[in-house]
Structures are given as structure tokens and as C-alpha cells.
Design a protein around this ligand. Structure first.
Ligand code: AQP
Length: 336
């Protein structure tokens, strides 16, 4: 809570130059709805990105693209605070402090670390291991009540809650203990090529993910190639028919129809026609976002102003929490 208002915090990593459909349906789309109701902070979490080796120019432009996608998706940067994590040093500072309030056993249990370390064996750095602590700092700095995320982040929010409660138990009510918020649907969009695993922006197979700026032909082509099954039946059964069920989830999120209505509509038809319809629905649904993004890209001055103003706004709130934390811990006060 800040000044009696419920606070929302969330972020996305600047890995790759653009977001994928799961980031949009699982998180960003919900942010737009929720931001109308709550005091909101949406960060492009570029400090998190360097847990995987990044090329400097690509990181810089990718982070800016993601910030513009937040706005293109419908977030109002005059109301919601949209900013780069690296512009607010309090994130790194609180992360160090919280490192000392987190147990190795807790980090060892993080399934994302297990997944990511298997993927990045050649660069198994300490940041990859401790990044849930930085994520906890991100959230706790803003006294967030709600954190809208996809299901893959559930475990990290639980850790964040444990850290906050542990700290509060020692020092009094310093942090708001946040709750995870999952949308009704879309919380887990699966890969189009390996429907047993989630869609990811860093997937090496470009046909596995739909990127938000993919053009219409590319979107339709990727859906046509989507891996399904041999049952020849359009049915919602994530366990036995994960590919078709994923396509049904995606279709309903764009068409506004229910799963039952969609199954009834496509029943008896072939997979080919269904895949084409999903591709068309997604291409149509992303069109307004893509058009707005292209307008924003052309308006450098406007985006720069948002970046500057929101870095100041975020720093103000974050520094207030950080000062309180430092005082409670017993660090000597700054003499001005
Ligand atoms: N497949 C998904 N379905 C639903 N939600 C998803 N999210 C990610 N993938 C899916 C949600 O998007 C938000 C931002 O995620 P992130 O960028 O911080 O990191 P991530 O979860 O690791 O996303 P990616 O796309 O898989 O990135 P890479 O490939 O870099 O690891 C989060 O709320 C997440 O739940």
C-alpha cells in the first residue's frame, strides 16, 4: 500500500528484442485491465536480463522495444509508472540486503533455476541462482499488494512473501506482503513446437513462439506448423492433447468466446482449418498493438520524456522504502 492505495508491481525481462504471446496473454493483457484500478509500477527488468549473456546494443534496443510494447498494449504511462529497473539503483541495493535474509535451501528449490541452469550450462553464474532475490526486492520496494504474473513465476512470489514475512518478523511492519495475481486464462501459454513446455522469448526454435511484432503471414505460418496430435478431434484436454488445448486457449483469449463454444464451433472440422482460424484471430488481435507500437517508435521525444519522468517517480517511491529498511537494520544515517 502507498498512501492508502493498493499497489501493483510487475515486470518483464529484456531478453530478446520483443515479447512473445505468453508474456502478453499471461501478464501484459492483465496489467492493462488492472492498471485502471490500482497504483501501478511496470518495470522493464533489465538487471535480470544479464543473468544470460547479452550483447550491449541488443540489450539497449530490446529494453526500449519492450517499454514501448507496454504502452502499445494499452498501458497509460501518465498513470502507470513504466520504467527501466537499471534506472533505479535501489533495486540492486535492496537485493543485496535481502540476500542476507534468504536461505540457500530456499534458492535450491527454485524450479526455474533448475530449468535455466540446464539451458545455460556454459554460463552458470551466481545471478542466475540469486535472481529470485532481486525479484523480491523489485516487488517489496514498491510495497506492492498484487503481482500479476504467469504461473511460471508462482514459486518466486512465494519466496518473496517468505522473505518479506521473515524481515517483518525481525524489524516490524516494513514490507507489504504481496499476493500473486493470475488471470482467468492465459496464465500458461505453451510452445507451438513442444506443447508440453511453456512459450519463451529465448526459445531457439523461432517457430515455437509468436512474437508480438510478427507480421500476419508469419503468425499464420507458425500456427499452421504448430505441433498437435493424431487424435483428429478438437477437444480441450491439456493432459492428452496439449497442442490442441493450447490453441483453444489462445483462440478464446482473442475471440472472447468460451472453450465450449469454440469446441462446438470447430467440432468435426480438420486441424488445418482450426489452426488457420487461430492464426487469423491472433493476427487480427495483435494488429492495433502493432500499429500503436510503430507510431510510438517514431516519437523518440515522447518516449524519452516518459523514461525520464517515470525513473524519477519510481526512484522516489523505492528510495522511501530503502531508507526505512536501512534505518531498521541499523546502517549509520547519511550526514548531509
Ligand atoms: N508462456 C507463458 N505463458 C504465460 N505467461 C508467461 N510469462 C512468460 N512466459 C509465459 C509471463 O510473462 C511475464 C514476463 O516474463 P519474463 O520476461 O520476466 O520472464 P520469463 O517468464 O522467463 O519469460 P520468457 O518469455 O520465458 O523469457 P526468457 O525466454 O527470457 O526466459 C511473467 O509474468 C511471466 O509469468
Amino acid at each position: 500500500m502507498i498512501d492508502g492505495k493498493t499497489v501493483l508491481f510487475s515486470g518483464m525481462q529484456a531478453t530478446g528484442s520483443v515479447l512473445q504471446l505468453g508474456n502478453y496473454l499471461g501478464a501484459l493483457k492483465n496489467w492493462v485491465t488492472l492498471s485502471k484500478e490500482y497504483e501501478s509500477f511496470f518495470s522493464v527488468v533489465d538487471l535480470h536480463s544479464i543473468t544470460i549473456r547479452q550483447e550491449a546494443a541488443a540489450l539497449r534496443s530490446g529494453a526500449r522495444n519492450i517499454l514501448m510494447l507496454y504502452i502499445a498494449a494499452g498501458l497509460d504511462p501518465e498513470k502507470a509508472c513504466i520504467y527501466y529497473q537499471s534506472h533505479v539503483p535501489a533495486h540492486s541495493e535492496l537485493a543485496w540486503i535481502l540476500n542476507c535474509f534468504t536461505y540457500m535451501g530456499e534458492l535450491n528449490r527454485m524450479t526455474q533455476f533448475k530449468d535455466k541452469s540446464a539451458k545455460h550450462e556454459a554460463n552458470l553464474n551466481a545471478g542466475l541462482y540469486t535472481y529470485p532475490i532481486l525479484q523480491a526486492a523489485d516487488i517489496l520496494l514498491y510495497q506492492a499488494d498484487l503481482v500479476p504474473i504467469g504461473k511460471d513465476q508462482k514459486q518466486h512470489i512465494e519466496l518473496c512473501r517468505d522473505i518479506a514475512q521473515r524481515f517483518n518478523a525481525i524489524y516490524g511492519d516494513v514490507f507489504t506482503v504481496p499476493e500473486a495475481y493470475f488471470g482467468k486464462a492465459g496464465a500458461k501459454i505453451q510452445s507451438l513446437q513442444e506443447p508440453e513446455k511453456k512459450m519463451s522469448k529465448s526459445d531457439e526454435n523461432i517457430n515455437a513462439s509468436i512474437f508480438l511484432m510478427d507480421d500476419r503471414d508469419t503468425i499464420i505460418r507458425k500456427f499452421k506448423k504448430a505441433v498437435t496430435d493424431n487424435f483428429a478431434e478438437i477437444k480441450y484436454d491439456p493432459e492428452n492433447q496439449p497442442g490442441i488445448s493450447n490453441l483453444l486457449d489462445i483462440y478464446t483469449l482473442f475471440s472472447g468466446k468460451s472453450i465450449e463454444e469454440t469446441v462446438a464451433h470447430f467440432q468435426g472440422g480438420g486441424y488445418g482449418d482450426f489452426k488457420l482460424a487461430v492464426g487469423e484471430a491472433v493476427a487480427d488481435g495483435l494488429k492495433p498493438l502493432q500499429e500503436r507500437y510503430n507510431e510510438l517508435k517514431a516519437d523518440k521525444e515522447y518516449i524519452d520524456k516518459i523514461i525520464k519522468n517515470n525513473a524519477e517517480k519510481a526512484s522516489y517511491v523505492a528510495n522511501k522504502t530503502l531508507r526505512k529498511v536501512k534505518k531498521k537494520i541499523g546502517f549509520p544515517e547519511l550526514i548531509r
